[in-house]
Design a protein around this ligand. Structure first.
Ligand SMILES: [Zn+2]
Ligand SMILES: [Zn+2]
Length: 320
Protein backbone atom coordinates (compact mmCIF):
# COMPACT_ATOMS: atom_id res chain seq x y z
CA UNK A 1 0.00 0.00 0.00
CA UNK A 2 1.24 3.45 -0.79
CA UNK A 3 0.54 6.61 1.10
CA UNK A 4 1.19 10.30 1.09
CA UNK A 5 4.44 11.78 2.26
CA UNK A 6 4.65 12.18 5.96
CA UNK A 7 5.00 15.59 7.57
CA UNK A 8 3.43 16.32 10.88
CA UNK A 9 2.56 19.72 12.16
CA UNK A 10 1.14 20.05 15.59
CA UNK A 11 -0.23 23.29 16.89
CA UNK A 12 -1.68 24.23 20.23
CA UNK A 13 -5.21 25.52 20.06
CA UNK A 14 -4.45 28.05 22.80
CA UNK A 15 -2.10 29.86 20.41
CA UNK A 16 -4.39 30.20 17.50
CA UNK A 17 -7.78 31.37 18.72
CA UNK A 18 -9.21 34.33 16.88
CA UNK A 19 -12.85 34.89 16.33
CA UNK A 20 -14.74 38.14 15.99
CA UNK A 21 -18.30 38.91 16.95
CA UNK A 22 -18.68 40.71 13.66
CA UNK A 23 -17.88 37.70 11.53
CA UNK A 24 -20.07 35.46 13.68
CA UNK A 25 -23.02 37.78 13.16
CA UNK A 26 -22.22 38.02 9.48
CA UNK A 27 -22.15 34.24 9.30
CA UNK A 28 -25.59 33.86 10.77
CA UNK A 29 -26.99 36.42 8.37
CA UNK A 30 -25.37 34.73 5.38
CA UNK A 31 -26.40 31.22 6.44
CA UNK A 32 -29.98 32.38 7.03
CA UNK A 33 -30.19 34.16 3.68
CA UNK A 34 -28.71 31.24 1.76
CA UNK A 35 -31.00 28.81 3.55
CA UNK A 36 -33.99 30.92 2.64
CA UNK A 37 -32.85 31.11 -0.98
CA UNK A 38 -32.58 27.33 -1.13
CA UNK A 39 -35.96 26.80 0.49
CA UNK A 40 -34.62 25.16 3.61
CA UNK A 41 -35.49 27.75 6.23
CA UNK A 42 -35.78 26.62 9.82
CA UNK A 43 -39.11 25.22 10.92
CA UNK A 44 -40.53 24.47 14.32
CA UNK A 45 -41.37 20.80 13.77
CA UNK A 46 -40.36 18.55 16.68
CA UNK A 47 -37.24 16.44 16.27
CA UNK A 48 -37.85 12.93 15.03
CA UNK A 49 -36.28 10.46 17.49
CA UNK A 50 -33.80 8.07 15.90
CA UNK A 51 -32.98 4.54 16.95
CA UNK A 52 -30.57 4.66 19.87
CA UNK A 53 -27.03 4.01 18.69
CA UNK A 54 -25.52 0.90 20.26
CA UNK A 55 -21.72 1.19 20.36
CA UNK A 56 -20.57 -1.96 18.51
CA UNK A 57 -17.99 -3.20 21.01
CA UNK A 58 -18.85 -6.85 20.41
CA UNK A 59 -17.83 -6.66 16.76
CA UNK A 60 -14.19 -6.32 17.71
CA UNK A 61 -14.31 -9.45 19.83
CA UNK A 62 -15.69 -11.50 16.95
CA UNK A 63 -13.41 -10.20 14.21
CA UNK A 64 -10.59 -7.75 14.89
CA UNK A 65 -10.32 -6.93 11.18
CA UNK A 66 -13.92 -5.75 10.90
CA UNK A 67 -14.62 -2.08 10.30
CA UNK A 68 -17.71 -0.66 11.99
CA UNK A 69 -19.41 2.54 10.90
CA UNK A 70 -22.17 4.11 13.01
CA UNK A 71 -24.09 7.04 11.56
CA UNK A 72 -24.82 9.74 14.14
CA UNK A 73 -26.34 11.98 11.45
CA UNK A 74 -25.20 14.39 8.71
CA UNK A 75 -21.38 13.99 8.42
CA UNK A 76 -20.95 12.73 11.99
CA UNK A 77 -19.81 9.12 12.11
CA UNK A 78 -18.28 6.85 14.72
CA UNK A 79 -15.73 4.65 12.96
CA UNK A 80 -14.25 1.60 14.68
CA UNK A 81 -11.15 -0.12 13.31
CA UNK A 82 -9.17 -2.73 15.23
CA UNK A 83 -10.17 -1.38 18.62
CA UNK A 84 -9.56 2.25 17.65
CA UNK A 85 -12.37 4.81 17.54
CA UNK A 86 -12.66 7.93 15.41
CA UNK A 87 -15.36 10.59 15.27
CA UNK A 88 -15.87 12.69 12.14
CA UNK A 89 -17.24 16.25 11.95
CA UNK A 90 -19.02 16.10 15.32
CA UNK A 91 -22.41 17.77 15.18
CA UNK A 92 -24.72 17.13 18.13
CA UNK A 93 -26.43 20.54 18.26
CA UNK A 94 -30.08 21.15 17.48
CA UNK A 95 -29.33 23.86 14.95
CA UNK A 96 -26.60 24.74 12.44
CA UNK A 97 -25.18 28.13 13.45
CA UNK A 98 -28.24 28.53 15.64
CA UNK A 99 -30.40 28.80 12.52
CA UNK A 100 -31.17 25.59 10.65
CA UNK A 101 -32.99 23.14 12.89
CA UNK A 102 -32.12 19.47 12.65
CA UNK A 103 -34.93 17.09 11.70
CA UNK A 104 -33.72 13.97 13.54
CA UNK A 105 -32.27 14.02 17.04
CA UNK A 106 -28.74 12.67 17.62
CA UNK A 107 -28.95 8.93 18.37
CA UNK A 108 -26.27 9.04 21.07
CA UNK A 109 -24.91 11.60 23.51
CA UNK A 110 -21.22 12.53 23.39
CA UNK A 111 -20.82 11.12 26.92
CA UNK A 112 -21.91 7.68 25.67
CA UNK A 113 -19.19 7.41 23.02
CA UNK A 114 -16.28 5.01 23.50
CA UNK A 115 -12.81 6.49 24.18
CA UNK A 116 -11.81 8.21 20.96
CA UNK A 117 -8.39 8.05 19.30
CA UNK A 118 -9.03 11.27 17.38
CA UNK A 119 -11.68 13.68 16.16
CA UNK A 120 -11.41 14.47 12.45
CA UNK A 121 -12.80 17.75 11.10
CA UNK A 122 -13.06 18.18 7.32
CA UNK A 123 -13.71 21.92 7.10
CA UNK A 124 -14.95 25.00 8.90
CA UNK A 125 -18.55 25.28 7.70
CA UNK A 126 -21.00 25.36 10.60
CA UNK A 127 -22.51 21.96 9.85
CA UNK A 128 -19.06 20.34 10.18
CA UNK A 129 -17.19 22.43 12.76
CA UNK A 130 -19.56 22.99 15.68
CA UNK A 131 -17.97 24.43 18.80
CA UNK A 132 -20.75 23.42 21.24
CA UNK A 133 -20.33 19.82 20.06
CA UNK A 134 -16.54 19.92 20.49
CA UNK A 135 -17.04 21.27 24.02
CA UNK A 136 -19.07 18.15 24.86
CA UNK A 137 -16.26 15.83 23.74
CA UNK A 138 -13.12 14.74 25.56
CA UNK A 139 -9.50 15.88 25.29
CA UNK A 140 -8.30 13.83 22.32
CA UNK A 141 -6.30 14.92 19.24
CA UNK A 142 -8.31 17.18 16.95
CA UNK A 143 -7.15 16.58 13.36
CA UNK A 144 -7.88 19.48 11.01
CA UNK A 145 -6.66 21.16 7.82
CA UNK A 146 -4.18 24.05 8.34
CA UNK A 147 -6.74 26.83 7.84
CA UNK A 148 -8.92 25.65 10.73
CA UNK A 149 -6.95 26.47 13.91
CA UNK A 150 -7.55 30.19 13.45
CA UNK A 151 -11.27 29.54 14.04
CA UNK A 152 -10.85 27.51 17.23
CA UNK A 153 -11.67 29.24 20.53
CA UNK A 154 -9.32 28.96 23.48
CA UNK A 155 -11.66 27.03 25.71
CA UNK A 156 -12.05 23.80 23.74
CA UNK A 157 -11.27 20.66 25.74
CA UNK A 158 -9.10 19.36 22.89
CA UNK A 159 -5.61 20.69 23.63
CA UNK A 160 -3.74 18.91 20.84
CA UNK A 161 -4.64 20.24 17.40
CA UNK A 162 -2.98 18.41 14.51
CA UNK A 163 -3.07 20.49 11.33
CA UNK A 164 -2.30 18.60 8.12
CA UNK A 165 -2.12 19.92 4.56
CA UNK A 166 -2.95 17.73 1.57
CA UNK A 167 -1.03 14.44 1.52
CA UNK A 168 0.51 15.07 4.92
CA UNK A 169 0.07 12.27 7.44
CA UNK A 170 -0.05 12.01 11.21
CA UNK A 171 0.97 8.74 12.75
CA UNK A 172 0.36 7.52 16.27
CA UNK A 173 1.03 3.88 17.07
CA UNK A 174 -0.49 1.81 14.28
CA UNK A 175 -2.87 4.62 13.27
CA UNK A 176 -2.08 6.81 10.27
CA UNK A 177 -4.33 9.68 9.21
CA UNK A 178 -3.69 11.44 5.88
CA UNK A 179 -5.23 14.62 4.49
CA UNK A 180 -6.55 14.04 0.96
CA UNK A 181 -8.00 16.42 -1.63
CA UNK A 182 -11.58 17.64 -1.51
CA UNK A 183 -13.32 20.06 -3.86
CA UNK A 184 -15.14 22.43 -1.55
CA UNK A 185 -15.16 25.97 -0.17
CA UNK A 186 -12.55 27.51 2.10
CA UNK A 187 -13.44 29.64 5.10
CA UNK A 188 -16.28 29.40 7.62
CA UNK A 189 -18.65 32.22 6.79
CA UNK A 190 -19.16 31.63 3.04
CA UNK A 191 -17.64 35.02 2.19
CA UNK A 192 -14.26 34.54 3.93
CA UNK A 193 -12.58 32.46 1.25
CA UNK A 194 -9.20 33.98 2.16
CA UNK A 195 -8.81 31.27 4.81
CA UNK A 196 -6.92 28.97 2.45
CA UNK A 197 -6.29 25.26 3.06
CA UNK A 198 -9.31 24.98 5.32
CA UNK A 199 -11.07 22.02 3.71
CA UNK A 200 -9.96 18.45 3.17
CA UNK A 201 -10.91 14.80 3.07
CA UNK A 202 -9.28 12.21 5.33
CA UNK A 203 -7.97 8.69 4.98
CA UNK A 204 -7.58 6.59 8.13
CA UNK A 205 -5.27 3.57 7.88
CA UNK A 206 -4.64 0.88 10.46
CA UNK A 207 -2.62 -1.96 9.00
CA UNK A 208 -4.42 -2.94 5.81
CA UNK A 209 -7.76 -1.47 6.90
CA UNK A 210 -8.48 1.83 5.18
CA UNK A 211 -11.41 4.23 5.53
CA UNK A 212 -11.91 7.34 3.38
CA UNK A 213 -13.97 10.20 4.83
CA UNK A 214 -14.73 12.66 2.02
CA UNK A 215 -16.08 15.53 4.16
CA UNK A 216 -17.89 17.85 1.75
CA UNK A 217 -16.70 17.64 -1.84
CA UNK A 218 -17.65 17.99 -5.46
CA UNK A 219 -16.87 15.23 -7.92
CA UNK A 220 -13.41 15.56 -9.50
CA UNK A 221 -12.48 12.40 -11.40
CA UNK A 222 -8.74 13.02 -11.22
CA UNK A 223 -8.85 13.44 -7.43
CA UNK A 224 -10.73 10.16 -7.08
CA UNK A 225 -8.28 8.34 -9.33
CA UNK A 226 -5.35 9.73 -7.33
CA UNK A 227 -6.92 8.27 -4.18
CA UNK A 228 -7.17 4.94 -5.96
CA UNK A 229 -3.48 5.09 -6.89
CA UNK A 230 -2.35 5.87 -3.33
CA UNK A 231 -4.69 3.75 -1.20
CA UNK A 232 -6.63 0.52 -1.26
CA UNK A 233 -9.80 1.84 0.34
CA UNK A 234 -12.16 -0.52 2.12
CA UNK A 235 -14.94 1.93 3.01
CA UNK A 236 -15.78 5.36 1.57
CA UNK A 237 -17.91 7.74 3.65
CA UNK A 238 -19.16 10.04 0.91
CA UNK A 239 -21.69 12.91 0.89
CA UNK A 240 -24.81 12.56 -1.25
CA UNK A 241 -26.92 15.48 -0.14
CA UNK A 242 -28.79 17.68 0.13
CA UNK A 243 -30.53 15.32 -2.32
CA UNK A 244 -33.58 16.06 -4.41
CA UNK A 245 -32.88 19.70 -5.11
CA UNK A 246 -33.80 21.43 -8.36
CA UNK A 247 -31.55 20.63 -11.30
CA UNK A 248 -30.27 24.20 -11.55
CA UNK A 249 -29.20 24.08 -7.88
CA UNK A 250 -27.40 20.76 -8.44
CA UNK A 251 -25.55 22.23 -11.43
CA UNK A 252 -24.78 25.46 -9.58
CA UNK A 253 -23.33 23.55 -6.62
CA UNK A 254 -21.62 20.73 -8.57
CA UNK A 255 -18.12 22.14 -8.06
CA UNK A 256 -18.45 21.87 -4.27
CA UNK A 257 -21.14 19.25 -3.58
CA UNK A 258 -21.73 15.81 -5.02
CA UNK A 259 -25.26 14.79 -5.92
CA UNK A 260 -26.28 11.20 -5.21
CA UNK A 261 -25.23 10.30 -8.78
CA UNK A 262 -21.85 12.03 -8.77
CA UNK A 263 -21.16 10.70 -5.26
CA UNK A 264 -21.56 7.20 -6.66
CA UNK A 265 -19.23 8.09 -9.55
CA UNK A 266 -16.70 9.33 -7.00
CA UNK A 267 -17.06 6.12 -5.01
CA UNK A 268 -16.53 3.95 -8.10
CA UNK A 269 -13.50 5.96 -9.21
CA UNK A 270 -11.79 5.58 -5.83
CA UNK A 271 -11.95 1.80 -6.15
CA UNK A 272 -13.34 1.48 -2.62
CA UNK A 273 -15.08 -1.77 -1.72
CA UNK A 274 -18.02 -0.27 0.13
CA UNK A 275 -19.69 3.09 0.61
CA UNK A 276 -21.82 4.69 3.30
CA UNK A 277 -23.72 7.76 2.02
CA UNK A 278 -23.62 10.73 4.40
CA UNK A 279 -24.61 14.42 4.55
CA UNK A 280 -28.33 13.87 4.06
CA UNK A 281 -31.47 13.19 6.09
CA UNK A 282 -30.53 15.32 9.08
CA UNK A 283 -30.74 19.08 8.49
CA UNK A 284 -31.50 20.37 5.02
CA UNK A 285 -34.56 18.46 3.85
CA UNK A 286 -37.62 17.09 5.66
CA UNK A 287 -37.01 13.87 7.59
CA UNK A 288 -37.38 10.84 5.31
CA UNK A 289 -37.37 12.89 2.10
CA UNK A 290 -33.86 12.14 0.83
CA UNK A 291 -33.42 8.45 1.58
CA UNK A 292 -35.61 7.17 -1.32
CA UNK A 293 -33.75 9.53 -3.68
CA UNK A 294 -30.41 8.14 -2.53
CA UNK A 295 -31.64 4.54 -2.80
CA UNK A 296 -32.96 5.16 -6.31
CA UNK A 297 -29.55 6.48 -7.40
CA UNK A 298 -27.84 3.42 -5.91
CA UNK A 299 -30.21 1.18 -7.89
CA UNK A 300 -29.63 3.18 -11.09
CA UNK A 301 -25.89 2.61 -10.70
CA UNK A 302 -26.40 -1.10 -9.84
CA UNK A 303 -24.40 -0.64 -6.65
CA UNK A 304 -26.77 -2.21 -4.11
CA UNK A 305 -24.11 -4.81 -3.25
CA UNK A 306 -21.59 -2.14 -2.27
CA UNK A 307 -23.52 0.85 -0.88
CA UNK A 308 -25.16 0.67 2.54
CA UNK A 309 -27.72 3.40 3.11
CA UNK A 310 -27.93 3.63 6.89
CA UNK A 311 -30.62 5.02 9.14
CA UNK A 312 -29.47 7.58 11.67
CA UNK A 313 -28.34 5.59 14.71
CA UNK A 314 -27.63 2.46 12.65
CA UNK A 315 -24.30 0.62 12.72
CA UNK A 316 -22.94 -1.52 9.93
CA UNK A 317 -19.96 -3.85 9.96
CA UNK A 318 -17.67 -4.41 6.98
CA UNK A 319 -15.70 -7.63 6.80
CA UNK A 320 -14.22 -9.62 3.93
ZN1 LIG B 1 -19.30 22.60 3.56
ZN1 LIG C 1 -21.79 20.29 4.74
Amino acid sequence: MTAGRSGDRVTNSALVARRSTFTSGLALAVVASVATALGVAACGAPLRPPMHLQVPAGEFNDDPDAITVSWIGHATLLVGIRGHWFLTDPMFSDRIAGVLKRKVAPPIAPSELPPLDAILVSHAHFDHLDMPSLRRLSDVPLVVPPGIPTFLPRDLPQHQVVALDTWQSWTRGDVRITAVPAAHGDGRYLLDRWHKHSHTGWVIEIGDRTVYFAGDTGYVAEQARELRRRFRIDVGLIPVGPAGRAGWVERWRADVHTSPDTALDLFSDTGAQWMVPIHFGTFFQPAGFERPIVEAAVARHHLEHAVRVLAIGETTTFRY
